[in-house]
Design a protein around this ligand. Structure first.
Ligand SMILES: Nc1ncnc2c1ncn2[C@@H]1O[C@H](COP(=O)(O)OP(=O)(O)OP(=O)(O)O)[C@@H](O)[C@H]1O
Ligand SMILES: [Mg+2]
Length: 234
């Protein structure tokens, strides 16, 4: 059963069309990866799904609700949160202040949710009074994910969460992603570490030049010779 579905999406910047009719689906409980070369349109697709860019064509459905053309604040309320590829934290604020910022539309006391976030990311609890700008790349990425989780989303969009992290931290971030998924959040993730991402993904899509190229289970994509040669570095 689909929790998120985008169909025939056309979008771009100004006159330049980048996505030429892309589709993607995330079922309840799934981790789904979007893989593809630099400039393929992966971030553009995520930004369009989250309402930062408006599609010129196509339809986006979140949990049976048509969210096409809605602004991000409405989409957050509909149950989807997004961690951008860059500049995804407030460096001058502390860890806990960053988490509080993530709860901006909650009217209730967000203490309980912060506690749950610290259970997923125990390292952050220790650093709660530190400015995020002083943290390591891995810790900062955990803050960004924790902030997006403050609103208890049904779907989490992650754009390259492991970019520029050391290999052991890449693994740690992916372990966290699996843990978040097990807590009941469907996850759509864009990744350059394609093999690692596909290994833990239920399904994956390969995007190239703004079009769908391959779509299969994570395992089948990893075992697909053509995909390996063209998109996974051999
Ligand atoms: N703000 C923008 N204005 C104009 N063109 C843009 C903008 N952002 C991206 N593009 C262009 O859109 C195309 C797709 O970019 P996008 O960032 O979606 O690719 P990507 O698949 O996420 O790549 P990467 O792996 O490098 O993150 C590229 O040709 C890029 O130059
Ligand atoms: Mg990108």
């Amino acid at each position: 059963m689909a929790i998120l579905e985008a169909n025939n999406i056309k979008a771009g910047y100004g006159e330049t069309e980048i996505l030429h009719g892309v589709y993607i689906k995330v079922n309840k409980g799934e981790i789904v990866s979007i893989i593809g070369p630099n400039g393929a349109g992966k971030s553009t697709l995520i930004k369009t799904i989250f309402g930062i860019l408006k599609p010129t064509k196509g339809k986006i459905i979140l949990d049976d609700q048509d969210i096409t053309g809605l602004n991000p604040d409405k989409i957050v309320r509909a149950g989807m949160c997004y961690v951008p590829q860059t500049e995804n934290v407030f460096p001058s604020l502390t860890v806990e202040e960053n988490l509080e910022m993530g709860a901006f539309i909650r009217n209730d006391d967000c203490r309980d949710r912060i506690k749950e976030i610290y259970e997923i990311f125990p390292d952050l609890k220790q650093k709660r009074r530190q400015r995020v700008g002083k943290l390591s790349g891995g810790q900062s990425q955990m803050v960004a994910m924790g902030r997006a989780l403050m609103l208890d989303p049904k779907v989490l969009l992650l754009d390259e969460p492991s970019a520029s992290l050391a290999p052991n931290l890449v693994e740690m971030i992916f372990e966290k992603i699996v843990e978040i998924n097990k807590s009941g959040v469907a996850i759509l993730i864009v990744e350059q570490n394609a093999r690692v991402a596909l290994k833990l993904s239920d399904r994956g899509y390969i995007l190239a030049m703004g079009r769908n190229r391959f779509e299969d289970t994570g395992e089948a994509l990893l075992n697909n010779e053509e995909v390996g040669k063209l998109y996974l570095g051999g």
